[in-house]
Design a protein around this ligand. Sequence first.
Ligand SMILES: NC(=O)c1ccc[n+]([C@@H]2O[C@H](COP(=O)([O-])OP(=O)(O)OC[C@H]3O[C@@H](n4cnc5c(N)ncnc54)[C@H](OP(=O)(O)O)[C@@H]3O)[C@@H](O)[C@H]2O)c1
Length: 334
Amino acid sequence: MATINRQLVLRQRPKELIAPGDLELIQTPVPDLKDGQALARVKYLSMDPTMRVWMAVDTYLPMVGIGEVMRAVGFAEIAESRTPEFKKGDKVVGLTGLQEYTVIDPSEKARAFQKMPGIPFLSDSAFLGVLGITGLTAFFGMEIAAPKKGDTLVVSAAAGATGSIAGQIGKINGCRVVGIVGSDEKCQWITEELGFDAAVNYKHADWKEKLAAATPQGIDINFENVGGEVMQAVLNRMNLFGRVVLCGLISGYTKGDPGMASFGNVLVKRLRVQGFIVIDFASRFMETATKLGQWKMFGKLKDRETIVDGLEKAPEAINMLFTGGNIGKTLVKV
Ligand SMILES: NC(=O)c1ccc[n+]([C@@H]2O[C@H](COP(=O)([O-])OP(=O)(O)OC[C@H]3O[C@@H](n4cnc5c(N)ncnc54)[C@H](OP(=O)(O)O)[C@@H]3O)[C@@H](O)[C@H]2O)c1
């Protein structure tokens, strides 16, 4: 009997948060493998804010078509292989999609499957978090920021997958690091566990005063994940010739607006603003993941995961990224 694959397909484009009916769970038989292909069983799926963007607009990748399996990065294990490139048991990361099984054709470069090494002290899920796309994003964003000892760095969405690593890289580089987050529990985690110098909860009415108190020397680097009002408050406190690394603008993703703050500060303070997309650095992923792994092994980087059980819960898990229900890297265990 054919193995059954469960898949989440895009049925309609979400208006705000993902609503019932936007993604539909379907069952299809796993196709027979052709020569040159491998079958992988998905173990973990990375939940990324950009998935909500992929559902609705063309950006750096085309939006997902209606009726297609929803695009997602996943960690999978080769279950069967008819290609010399993979053998049974190999662990891979790539664009698996929101499904339980995926057929990999190594000639299909766009899905970017890469074999992952087996490292005893690392869990499989780390290849989607601290050593995966979000850890790499934090690393390359901080490289663009060019931190110097004594700089004040402010990171927004600082208890999330990317922000929590970016802030710790700031500490490794000798910065004073301040995180902006949406709960007191997150403030506590990033200061007490991750070593941030201060944290500000943007849901408190006096948060802008708290941000000013936490950045007495102004701000030299803004690692921006949120945009909108949060970014505006940070820009207002930037020092002359500061650097703004535009990593994400999550406050706008469910509203269909870019979540951008005003450019007045950029002009008057002569700021350098640089956006980036992590896939631009793909040729350096392996060497950088090794470095992140060493930092983790020596206790310089700490990470945390929010793991949601079951493929069918993926829509809820994506929404958590926008309601702030997650801490650290958000994953679905398939
Ligand atoms: N440029 C790239 O290549 C690249 C790659 C990966 C990710 N990113 C970007 O990096 C950012 C973080 O992504 P991630 O995967 O690490 O997710 P994440 O930070 O783990 O989760 C998103 C967090 O954003 C915060 N947030 C959501 N809506 C907000 C709002 N309206 N105002 C303020 N905070 C809000 C929430 O935390 P609170 O509870 O603190 O509100 C939530 O936990 C996103 O903007 C994403 O698009 C960019």
